[in-house]
Design a protein around this ligand. Structure first.
Ligand SMILES: *Cc1c(COP(=O)(O)O)cnc(C)c1O
Length: 391
């Protein structure tokens, strides 16, 4: 008995990934392919890579360096801290910081050679003062064309473009704007924003311009300007509503099944007893819960979304679909495996939560959200494995 235990605990040949309760596989080859696909679709425009929020939850270090090796030389992050992290993996790249700069961040910005994206009048005057004092440093200008989130008002931007009194050390290298409805090609707002941005681009003649994220790239060459900024599509997510997603899946999340249990007709499953078994059932208990970003809104029953008639989430075990039964809990989720042949699902097997067999956006939609939110909310408990790009 003791001997057996000893061998179990001293087994150093096993890779943690092989027995992890929860694991995430990130296919860096698919990531690089998706970026090249975005580059091809961007035509004459240069293609950046958006790696904010730890590369959409998939790891800025591995994803950033993979994209750099694939040829990306322009990167966008949300914060100065993210830019400082990225710098060590992308030595020659231009790193744009979408939230701009605040007093106190000058050192990090200059030391890491980051390009702040100036997004408001206050930031603009602070930045003018900073470069007047410290000397020339590139910046980008975000101009609002209707999103009403970040950016200088259109008229202010146009007068800035013709302002001859601005200091010589002020060196905008890019003007950008962001589409509100790029994921809906028929939305009239796309054209309105395009027209406004054309004015901006013309006013800042000689300075590069950028309008499109992933979705905008699919709107065609009119929307590409000099630089495109794909994020979600590079990570395999859906960029355009109602169109089959052409990207390769990048992330696969899997949870280990801790036990298979039998339950009788008339019994209920999980908190609240909201899932009533209409037949004798087999249930697989998987080690994933809402603390792992497998949101409670993915529950099979007992939440408002299900009462509205939307279907719940499902996973795939050895090629078989299994729906979520009852409420998702913090660390555990129950899947109904009654319809799966008994020998095709065992304790210790892994269930795919999303990945090549379960589109990440389909799961997200079951939770009433989008792939972006699912990916960026995965939490800290996944054992990660990066599949390396062979070419
Ligand atoms: C997040 C973001 C992007 C990337 O958007 P995707 O939809 O993920 O391609 C591009 N530009 C700006 C300003 C953003 O905030």
């Amino acid at each position: 008995m003791t001997d057996e235990l000893d061998t179990t605990f001293t087994d150093t040949d096993t890779d943690a990934f092989d027995y992890a309760p929860l694991r995430l596989t990130i296919d860096l080859g698919a990531l690089a392919d998706n970026w090249r696909d975005m580059k091809r679709r961007s035509g004459k425009a240069r293609t950046a890579a958006v790696v904010k929020a730890d590369a959409y939850g998939l790891g800025i270090e591995d994803c950033g360096s993979t994209l750099y090796h694939a040829g990306a030389r322009d990167f966008f992050v949300a914060t100065v801290a993210e830019g400082a992290t990225l710098r060590s993996y992308t030595p020659e790249a231009r790193i744009f910081v979408l939230s701009g700069i605040w007093p106190g961040q000058e050192r990090q910005v200059f030391d890491n050679d980051l390009v702040p994206v100036i997004a408001s009048e206050e930031q603009l005057s602070f930045w003018m003062g900073t470069v007047a004092e410290r000397g020339e440093h590139p910046c980008a200008l975000h101009i609002d064309t209707g999103f009403n989130r970040l950016g200088l008002p259109l008229d202010d931007a146009l007068s800035l473009a013709s302002d001859v009194t601005r200091p010589a050390s002020f060196d905008p290298v890019l003007v950008l704007s962001h589409l509100a409805c790029g994921d809906t090609p028929s939305a009239p707002m796309n054209k309105v924003q395009l027209e406004s941005f054309r004015q901006v681009s013309a006013a800042f003649e000689g300075i590069e311009s950028s309008l499109s994220a992933s979705a905008g790239i699919f709107l065609g060459p009119d929307y590409h300007f000099d630089l495109t900024r794909p994020g979600i599509a590079v990570y395999g997510g859906e960029a355009v509503n109602g169109v089959k997603n052409p990207m390769r899946p990048v992330a696969k999340a899997e949870a280990r099944i801790i036990q298979i249990r039998e339950a009788g007709e008339g019994q209920t499953v999980s908190y609240g007893g909201t899932f009533l078994l209409k037949r004798a059932s087999r249930l697989a208990i998987a080690s994933v819960g809402y603390a792992d970003g497998y949101q409670r809104s993915l529950s099979g029953s007992g939440i408002p979304l299900r009462k509205m008639g939307h279907g719940g989430a499902y996973g795939v075990i050895n090629g078989h679909k299994a729906p979520v039964a009852g409420r998702v809990t913090m660390d555990l989720t129950i899947f109904d495996v009654t319809d799966i042949p008994e020998n095709a699902v065992r304790a210790g097997d892994y269930i795919e939560l999303f990945g090549p067999n379960v589109p990440v956006d389909e799961v997200a939609h079951a939770a009433g959200t989008i792939g972006y939110e699912l990916l960026t909310g995965l939490g800290l408990r996944y054992e990660r494995q990066y599949l390396v790009d062979e070419d």
